[in-house]
Write a protein that binds this ligand. Structure first.
Ligand code: CUA
Length: 348
């Protein structure tokens, strides 16, 4: 044993082993981190690094600054570690004065500058996100397990899971919840805001270009939390009033026999205990308003494309598609189901 400790070759080997023990896991962890980060960049996921509105743009700028600062700190730490390992091998140590200077610069000055910079950047972002006093349009969004009620109180419009806004204009979104805490987040337009029972929070959204922006619930709220999605649809300012006007109308009257039969079946089914179709005598507000269901792009809290096949699947077996949601399945016969589907598809 004593022989081994005094053997310079063996000391060299053991130092090399120690440095390899440190460096190898660090490299592996870095590689895993890079792979995981890249895996998160799916084409379909809305990214905060692809901002389409002034709020999200400011948040993205902060993200890049923090990334650059964090990257610089990482590089300095790894370089210092490498120097320390190499010097330990050579066993030439610095004088006490040099060591103290190193601790003061590396341990106090640099962290102080870095922390001050991040504090300043965060403050700049937060102050820049402060809402303007008043916008021309206020939209109320009410969270439900597991869908979004959307109201335009000044316009007499109620819809669900789809928020229409005019392009290039800030709108106020006022959020509340009917049950538990949810969080409203449209990554490409702004940050998150919580929906808290007994409280109304506001956030101002603005989209710089026309398009559809995916929104999600960002606070765990129960079994179907991950299936609580919505769309923000930004239309050119001259098309937006036409959308409002159409949504304000009652449901169209049945134009042929099958639609009429579908309407009668719908109105005599359990559907009316939860859903409203304005213009009929059905007016429960437990579930989404269906008056203009066919005009929406999605079904089931933003998770299904709105087409006849998906609508049929949703009516028959909503619990398989979205476990934990409040809608029970139905057992319409084939013919009745077709009539109801045709009726629902007429609600444009
Ligand atoms: Cu609502 Cu999560």
């Amino acid at each position: 044993m004593a022989h081994l400790i005094c053997d310079p070759d063996s000391q060299q080997r053991s130092r090399r082993t120690t440095s390899e023990q440190i460096l190898r896991p660090a490299l592996v962890l870095t590689a895993i981190g890079v792979v995981l980060a890249l895996a998160g960049c799916g084409q379909d996921s809305p990214s905060i690094l692809d901002p389409r509105g002034p709020g999200a743009a400011r948040i993205a700028t902060l993200w890049w600054w923090l990334f650059a600062l964090g990257g610089a700190v990482f590089v300095v730490v790894v370089a210092t570690l490498a120097v320390a390992i190499m010097r330990a091998r050579r066993a030439d140590h610095e004088s006490t004065g040099e060591a103290i200077r190193f601790v003061v610069i590396g341990g106090i000055a640099i962290p102080a500058v870095t922390l001050l910079a991040t504090f300043g950047l965060t403050l700049w972002t937060t102050l820049g996100l402060a809402d303007a006093d008043q916008t021309d349009l206020t939209i109320e969004v009410i969270g439900h397990q597991f869908w979004w009620e959307v109201r335009y109180p000044d316009e007499d419009v109620v819809t669900a899971n789809e928020i229409h806004i005019p392009v290039g204009q800030p709108v106020t979104i006022q959020v509340t919840t009917s049950d538990v805490i949810h969080s409203f987040w449209v990554p490409q337009l702004h940050g998150k805001i919580d929906l808290i029972p007994g409280r109304a929070n506001t956030i101002q959204l603005q989209a710089d270009e026309p398009g559809e922006y995916r929104g999600i619930c960002a606070e765990f709220c129960g079994l179907a939390h991950a299936h609580m999605q919505f769309l923000v649809v930004a239309s050119p300012a001259d098309e937006f009033p036409a959308w409002l006007e159409r949504q304000r109308q009652d449901a169209p009257l049945p134009e042929d026999d099958i639609v009429f039969r579908g309407e009668q079946l719908f109105l005599s089914s359990a559907c009316v205990y939860c859903h409203t179709v304005r213009g009929t005598n059905d007016s429960s507000e437990l579930g989404p308003d269906l008056t203009h269901l066919a005009s929406r792009r999605t079904l089931a809290g933003g998770i299904l494309e709105n087409n006849r096949g998906n609508l049929a699947a949703w009516l028959l077996d909503p619990q398989t598609i979205k476990p934990g949601n409040a809608m029970p399945g139905t057992d319409f016969s084939g013919e009745d189901l077709q009539a109801i589907l045709t009726y629902l598809e007429s609600l444009e």
